[in-house]
Design a protein around this ligand. Structure first.
Ligand SMILES: C[S@@+](CC[C@H](N)C(=O)[O-])C[C@H]1O[C@@H](n2cnc3c(N)ncnc32)[C@H](O)[C@@H]1O
Length: 275
């Protein structure tokens, strides 16, 4: 499903490389990759070891092309778990940005689910399409709905992949076209402007929403809008992660950590009154 393979050298430096690449070289020497399958240790011509392995989604996201700051895995993990996104669900997301969150959402909903992702900047959506292609979530040159571009041949060659992401160009504050949506995830500056549309789009039995904003004032405004539009079970979180360094000398938290990223708010849409 992932269109890359990964070489890790003796210093644990990671290199994402094209599946078809036959030779790789760095300061530790040249490695012959011809007909080599992932899962083997290779030796360079200078005698250094390289591990040829399959990359994880995390490896891909860390190295993929970025147009904007992407959500960090710690926040993505919290959003997916607290929102309870699961196999088969329909999720609407905005904005796509570089597609990092999209990749994890699409893997959470799996083959029977789908992610519809809105982005207002066409140039960002095109970069995200490339990132989504690498992990088999969109086909090569898959149409981005609302984007006026030359018809390129869509690659319909059946490579293994989930192909469960639909990209759209659009301003999500103007409306959400989908109905009966299970979850909505907003990583954009003014989620409160989307709340009325989210209420209409969400399935009243199970609809949930998650928003991510960097400033506490934005989080407050979002919570106020959610309350005004009848959402409930509203909770706001911040997620701090510390790496622990374990060595011969002793065990302690890393002296460096990400101090702040953003505030995540999770809520449920209210069910409808009985007729
Ligand atoms: C912080 S980035 C999202 C990053 C993304 N979650 C990721 O992990 O790669 C915010 C994105 O929202 C887009 N955006 C902002 N307002 C929007 C709107 N009203 N409708 C659609 N997209 C919007 C921006 O163009 C930008 O690409």
């Amino acid at each position: 499903m992932i269109r890359k393979k990964m070489l890790i050298d003796e210093r644990e430096k990671k290199y994402l490389i094209d599946k078809k690449l036959d030779r790789f070289g760095n300061d530790l020497g040249l490695v012959d990759l011809k007909e080599k399958k992932e899962g083997v240790v290779l030796k360079s011509h200078k005698g250094h070891e390289f591990y040829l392995v399959e990359p994880t989604i995390y490896d891909i996201v860390k190295k993929m092309k970025r147009t904007v700051t992407t959500l960090l895995p710690k926040d993505i993990g919290l959003i997916i778990t607290y929102l309870g996104v699961r196999e088969g669900e329909t999720v609407v997301e905005a904005g796509t940005g570089s597609g990092a969150l999209t990749i994890y959402l699409a893997n959470a909903v799996g083959k029977t689910g789908k992610v519809i992702t809105y982005e207002k900047r066409p140039e960002f959506a095109k970069v995200a399409r490339k990132n989504l292609e690498i992990v088999g979530l969109v086909r090569k040159n898959q149409k981005i709905i609302g984007l006026d571009e030359e018809d390129e041949d869509e690659n319909l060659e059946e490579e293994d992949g989930l192909y469960n992401v639909i990209q759209k160009i659009g301003d999500v504050t103007k409306g959400i076209e989908e109905k009966d949506v299970d979850a909505i995830v907003l990583d954009m500056p003014d989620p409160w402007n989307v709340v009325p549309h989210a209420k209409k789009a969400l399935n009243k039995a199970r609809g949930r929403i998650a928003t991510y904003v960097p400033y506490i004032e934005q989080a407050k405004k979002t919570v106020e809008a959610l309350k005004e539009h009848g959402f409930f079970d509203i909770h706001t979180y911040e997620c701090l992660v510390r790496e622990i360094e374990i060595s011969e000398k002793g065990v302690r938290p890393s002296t460096r950590m990400v101090g702040h990223t953003g505030y995540i708010t999770i809520a449920r849409v209210k069910p409808e009154d009985e007729e």
